[in-house]
Each structure stands twice: as C-alpha cells, then as structure tokens.
Design a protein around this ligand. Structure first.
Ligand SMILES: N[C@@H](CCC(=O)N[C@@H](CS)C(=O)NCC(=O)O)C(=O)O
Length: 210
C-alpha cells in the first residue's frame, strides 16, 4: 500500500485529496514540521530536503508535489490530468504555475517573515511579496471569470493545488486577495467528497472560500 507523508494543510493536502479522488487505499504518515519531524534522520532518508509531501509506493519514493500528481494521474488513468496534446499542456501549465510560481511567491513571504529582524523592513519586504501574490491571484481570477475551473469546464489536479494554497492566508500578517470568481471555484472544490474527507481528517479550518 502507498504511504503518504504529510503535514495538515501543507502541499501534501493536494496529494491527500487526489488519493481520495482516485479511491486509492493509502497509509497516512503525519510529519509535524513545526516540531522538527521534517529533519529527523529517518525522514531525511526519504526526502533529504526535509519537505512534504512524500509518497512511498511499493518500490519507489516520490518527492515533489507536481511529480507525485503526474505519477498518480498517469498511473491510475485519471481524468484530473488530460492524457495528451494541448489540453495536457494547459493542465500542466496551471499545475506548475501553482506548484512553482505561486508556491514560490508564498515561500518568499514565509522566508522574509521568518528571517527579517527589523519590523519596518520586514513589512516592507512582505508587502512587496504580497503585491506579487495578489497579482498572481488576479490572473487566476480573470480566467475563472470565464471558466468554471482553471483549465476550462473540467476540474483538474491544478484546481486541487490552487485550492490548497489559497488557504494559506492565515500564516501572513495580511491575507492575500482572493477574487470572487476564484472563491466560487474554491467552494466547488472543497465541496467535493475527496476534499471534504481530507479536510476532516487533517482538521483544517478552510477559510479562503468565504
Ligand atoms: N517543491 C516542493 C516544495 C515542498 C514544500 O515546500 N513543502 C513544505 C510544506 S508546504 C515543507 O515541507 N517545508 C519544510 C519546512 O517547513 O520545514 C514540492 O512541490 O513538493
């Protein structure tokens, strides 16, 4: 059986939701990042970067959210990632946008909040990054003004990842601005049984869709 190493609400929630969407059995392995469990020798053997998610299959350890998502959707022939051509390119674009462009902007904010001592400088840097994050969400919102989901009429793995990241506002002194069209998509996403189940298990307070 596959094992998912996860921290409640982190990027690993997307894998948790996807495993539910695919109706796959898996064993949950919680990692308390705040208490240093990402840095134990056992966990570092699985992921030298000390990050979640990690998916362990029968004979392989898979790290990096996008890689795990593409592996699972390919392996189990899921409609959450189109199989080929332009539709696949578009879905991969938005998956990578969430996993690298948007996640990277949030990571910069986390870094600045953690490592800047001077309060004024900290807020100056944070506000600059917040503007970048808001611009990215505005781009998403403009697409969702026309489309039900980020790639069109169909829900894809990219929507799952956007929905997970959208709820990280609580970690910031000022919440990023999530547009109304995006909130509509988030409500659709979190009402899917796969999300409902994962949110309940991880005991997450999902506020971004309100
Ligand atoms: N590029 C990695 C990033 C993973 C990542 O940054 N995970 C965060 C949680 S969302 C983490 O484990 N951080 C380690 C820490 O906070 O110590 C991926 O996509 O899986």
């Amino acid at each position: 059986m596959q094992q998912l190493y996860y921290t409640p609400g982190a990027l690993s929630l997307a894998i948790h939701v996807l495993l539910n969407e695919l109706n796959l059995p898996y064993e949950r392995k919680p990692i308390d990042l705040k208490n240093g469990e990402g840095q134990t020798p056992e966990f570092l053997k699985l992921n030298p970067r000390g990050q979640v998610p990690v998916l362990v299959t029968d004979n392989q350890v898979i790290r990096e959210t996008a890689a795990i998502i593409v592996y699972l959707t390919d392996e189990y022939n899921s409609i959450l990632m189109p199989r080929s051509g332009k539709a696949r390119a578009n879905a991969l674009e938005w998956l990578m946008f969430a996993n690298s462009t948007l996640h990277n902007a949030y990571s910069k904010a986390t870094f600045v909040l953690k490592n800047t001592e001077d309060a004024t400088v900290k807020m100056q840097l944070f506000n600059a990054i917040l503007a970048e994050i808001n611009k990215l969400w505005a781009e998403v919102d403009a697409i969702l003004a026309k489309n039900r989901f980020i790639c069109g009429k169909d829900f894809t793995a990219a929507d799952i990842l956007l929905t997970v990241i959208a709820n990280w506002g609580d970690h910031h002194p000022v919440r990023p601005t999530i547009g109304e069209n995006t909130k509509r998509m988030l409500r659709d996403a979190i009402s899917r049984p796969a999300f409902v189940k994962a949110i309940k298990v991880e005991q997450i307070d999902y506020k971004a869709a309100a």
